[in-house]
Design a binder for this molecule. Structure first.
Ligand code: FRU
Length: 532
């Protein structure tokens, strides 16, 4: 039986079928990128979780292998949940992951490759001295999971396990000399009140300036550290930028970063349980994130799959040192095919102009907008702290002065359906406030879908009067990078008309002020080899 797979992606990471969630243990080893992920081999809903395994030379074309870890021992018989890889200095990879024991207690285990000379590391062994970390007294055994990659400092390995103590989110710190015998530090690396369970913590150094990534064990005055946690209450990934006091083994966020749901997010849309790794081949830090579904479970069962991974992103510290920057890995550009280029086109008030000649349902678009005048920007009201709510109030159809302007992605011919990705510029007392929206409300005529008006503020200086937008469109996912990667938003959308060859792409402006498209490059995207 063949179902018309109108919403299956063309170039995003997906297995041929079934449920997927968190990225696990991404790593580079002897010339190969390894990627593991939470996978249900039996269906399109969460359950029966194993570690599926794929390998790649470019993180774009993937070959699927047999699952690397699946429940088989007393220490993981009820589940092999998320975890991370560390490549030891002896060039031996080792995985730490959460196992669920017969009482459903969450415990931490390790696994090692059965045969280091197999370039694909197909088989993994779970030694008999597992588990290596048990929830001790005072630790909540049903909220104790997702060990990080380990870092080496002053004679000890260190790693984190996510947890909560009543409503306080906690990143417990463990130390070990040999990676087998771990002891819990007296103080967690960090914790914060009223944030709930910290799933999938991630902790790493970033250079104060430049895009180069760092291996996990780097400390010093030339770096800051980033702590990311996935908050299961809101289902978003939040991070802070701060200082790792390595002598005390404590992490302190900068006063420009806040813990919890008022904090910075990697992505203001569907993006969860993410994890970074250091790629020594290209000296960069790469972020993987799970893009979950916005349709119903019934729809997932019907289409036979649920979930995908975002395009891997290079991450580095913004020169302002207050936030991260993110950009799709350069390898993605090898999929670019047919192209359309515009330069110096005016978008007058009320106009939408079609970007013709590419496959609009499977495309990469990169635009630089120039704003001739900011004088008339709408006043910003300081009570507008919630970007998503502001986007709901001031959607793409609500006329403004400077904006809304941007792209109408996955649009049907007569605009019955479209997912607008756009900017709006406001004037606050001393500066401009820029809002980026990816508004799914008009994305589909279908009911029963989650269609949020995702949005984030863009901390940008408009001195050059320019705003850039890169958007990756792939049938049911629209992944956007505002202002060179300062604010990112991923939307899952399920159009009924704007599918395959009936999808269109437009540039639009609903502000009173004319906007110039200084440059627009759009490409049809080819299909890579994807786990076939
Ligand atoms: C996050 C998460 C992790 C857990 C895994 C189970 O999405 O809940 O905390 O290890 O998924 O699949």
């Amino acid at each position: 039986v063949s179902i018309r797979q109108i919403h299956r992606t063309g170039y995003h990471f997906q297995p041929p079928k079934n449920w997927i969630n968190d990225p696990n243990a991404p790593m580079y080893y002897n010339g190969i990128y390894h990627f593991f992920y939470q996978y249900n081999p039996k269906g399109a809903v969460w359950g029966n979780i194993v570690w599926a395994h794929s390998v790649s030379k470019d993180m774009i074309n993937w070959e699927a292998l047999e699952p690397a870890l699946y429940p088989s021992q007393h220490f993981d018989i009820n589940g092999c949940w998320s975890g991370s890889a560390t490549v030891l200095p002896s060039n031996k990879p080792i995985i730490l992951y959460t196992g669920l024991d017969p009482k459903d207690r969450q415990i931490q285990n390790y696994a090692v490759p059965a045969n280091l000379s197999d370039p694909y590391l197909r088989k993994w062994i779970k030694p008999g001295n597992n588990p290596v970390v048990d929830p001790e007294q005072g630790v909540n055994a049903s909220a104790f999971r997702d060990p990080t990659t380990a870092w080496w400092l002053n004679g000890h390995w260190r790693m984190l396990v996510g947890s909560k103590r009543s409503h306080r989110g906690v990143a417990y710190l463990y130390r070990s000399r040999d990676f087998i015998y771990w002891t819990k530090a007296k103080h967690p690396l960090h914790s914060a009140p009223h944030t709930g369970m910290w799933e999938c913590p991630d902790f790493y150094p970033v250079l104060l300036s430049g895009k180069e990534g760092l291996d996990l064990s780097v400390v010093g005055k030339h770096v800051k550290h980033v702590l990311k946690v996935s908050l299961d209450v809101t289902r978003y990934d939040y991070y802070t930028v701060g200082t790792y006091l390595s002598d005390k083994d404590r992490y302190v966020p900068d006063n420009t970063s806040v813990d919890g749901w008022a904090g910075l997010r990697y992505d203001y849309g569907n993006f969860y349980a993410s994890k970074t790794f250091f790629d020594p081949a290209k000296k960069r830090r790469i972020l993987w994130g799970w893009v979950n579904e916005s349709d119903t479970t019934e729809d997932d069962v019907k289409k036979g799959w649920a979930g995908l991974q975002a395009i891997p992103r290079t991450v580095w510290l913004d020169p302002n040192q207050r936030q991260l920057m993110q950009w799709p890995i350069e390898e993605l550009e090898t999929l670019r095919g047919k192209t359309v280029k515009w330069s110096h086109r005016q978008l007058k008030t009320g106009e939408h102009i079609e970007v013709k000649g590419i496959t609009a349902a499977q495309a990469d678009v990169d635009v630089i907008f120039h704003i001739p005048s900011l004088d008339k920007a709408e006043p910003f009201d300081h009570s507008w702290t919630d970007a998503q709510e502001l986007c709901a109030r001031k959607g793409s159809k609500v006329k403004g002065e400077v904006g809304p302007f941007g792209l109408l992605t996955l649009a049907s011919k007569n605009l019955e359906e479209y997912t607008p990705v756009f900017f709006r510029v406001f004037q606050a007392s001393k500066k401009h406030v820029v809002l980026l929206c990816s508004d799914a409300r008009s994305s589909s005529l279908k009911d029963g879908l989650y269609k949020p008006s995702f949005a984030g503020f863009v901390d940008v200086d408009l001195a050059d009067k320019k705003l850039s937008l890169r958007t990756l469109i792939d049938h049911s996912v629209v992944e956007s990078f505002g202002a060179g990667g300062k604010t990112c938003i991923t939307s899952r959308v399920y159009p009924t008309l704007a599918v395959l060859d009936n999808a269109h792409l437009y540039a639009f402006n609903h502000g009173t002020e004319t906007i110039n498209v200084e440059n627009l490059n759009a490409w049809s995207m080819r299909k890579p080899r994807m786990n076939t």
